[in-house]
Design a protein around this ligand. Structure first.
Ligand code: SUD
Ligand code: ADP
Length: 296
């Protein structure tokens, strides 16, 4: 038996931190959505064990991989005695603020649920996913949502209006824990207006979305990596309607309406960053690559 799942990247249209909690996590408010840049997760049923391989040498190929951890946790929670071989075709840049690992874990939860015939709901998968990482519940649904708490309390939103999203990742990663570690919540002067962003998304108001883009982690990462600040300035100069760093970074995304402008921007950024993509805003979950369970 074999199933395949798409694992899309996410971007943050807003990211606000309200306070640091006693458990060390930050209480967040984020509007997140998905873009048309995917990893592909192929899952092959085996006897008992879990094994993993990836097209990318940049991610662990063992039990440290978040997809491996997802399959192991699902087995443990359900008492399922089946196994799986996981193959990850990696397209999403790693340690980039695009939730690539979380999305791989979420796609593995969705895929193993089908492969092993467990019949769990998305809400049950999201609850299991929250034990792997704060972004995993959002990635189980992979739509558009307001995320609160440490990221796991979700309220679904409609998809934003479609537009081009140019993603550019500087030639280094950042550690999410390091960025949160340097954030001083009481010193934030420029909180995003989350409710205004929600309103703009609901009204499919493109200009409103552009106006209310905001991320309190952006100055923190920029102070650690000057090239992220330069990248944002460059994208604005190249004619983006709006530019923001996604999550803890260092990927910066630009929103543009016209395809021709997105293509020009990609060509202009290629000398500056190795990983540059022009993709569409998605905002809703796409079903699996191969629609149904197939017998091999
Ligand atoms: C910042 C965000 C925004 O979407 O995305 P990325 O930049 O990773 O894509 C997420 O909150 C990242 O979620 P995720 O990558 O799953 O984080 P986790 O593994 O749960 O946590 C990694 C570390 O980040 C910090 N952390 C994370 C979430 C949160 N609400 N407060 C925190 O302080 C903690 O130090 C934690 O140890
Ligand atoms: N399947 C996976 N894909 C990407 N990274 C993974 C995966 N499994 C574990 N990791 C580890 O998780 C860390 C964060 O990766 P990633 O999810 O790409 O970053 P971000 O949360 O910033 O988008 C990396 O250091 C990477 O080694």
């Amino acid at each position: 038996m074999f199933v395949s799942e798409k694992a899309p990247a996410k971007i943050n249209l807003t990211l606000d931190a309200l306070f640091k909690r006693p458990d060390g996590y930050h209480e967040l408010e984020m509007v997140m959505t998905t873009v048309d840049l995917f990893d592909r997760i192929d899952l092959y049923q085996t006897n008992k064990s879990i094994t993993l391989e990836s097209s990318s040498g940049l991610v662990p190929q063992d039990e440290r991989n978040l997809a491996f951890r997802a399959a192991a946790l699902l087995k443990e929670k359900t008492g399922c005695d089946k196994g799986v071989h996981i193959y990850i075709d990696k397209r999403i840049p790693v340690a980039a603020g695009l939730a690539g690992g979380s999305s791989d874990a979420a796609a593995t939860l969705r895929g193993c649920n089908r492969l092993w015939g467990l019949g769990l709901s998305d809400a049950e998968l999201a609850e299991i996913g929250a034990e792997i990482g704060s972004d995993v519940p959002f990635c189980v649904y992979s739509n558009t949502a307001l995320a609160q708490g440490r990221g796991e309390v979700l309220t679904a939103l409609p998809a934003p209006p479609t537009c081009w999203v140019v993603l550019a990742k500087p030639n280094h990663g950042v550690s999410t824990a390091d960025v949160f570690g340097k954030l001083r919540v009481h010193a934030i002067t420029d909180h995003p207006q989350t409710s205004r962003m929600i309103e703009a998304v609901k009204k499919r108001d493109y200009e409103g979305i552009i106006r209310h883009l905001g991320n309190v982690l952006e100055p923190v990462t920029m102070d650690m990596h000057e090239d992220v600040r330069q990248l944002k300035e460059r994208m604005l100069r190249f004619g983006a309607d709006g530019v923001l760093m996604s999550g803890s970074g260092p990927t910066v995304f630009a929103l543009v309406k016209q395809e021709s402008r997105a293509v020009r921007m990609v060509n202009s950024l290629r000398g500056f960053c190795q990983q540059v993509f022009a993709v569409r805003m998605l905002g809703v979950r796409r079903e699996s690559v191969l629609d149904d369970v197939r017998t091999k």
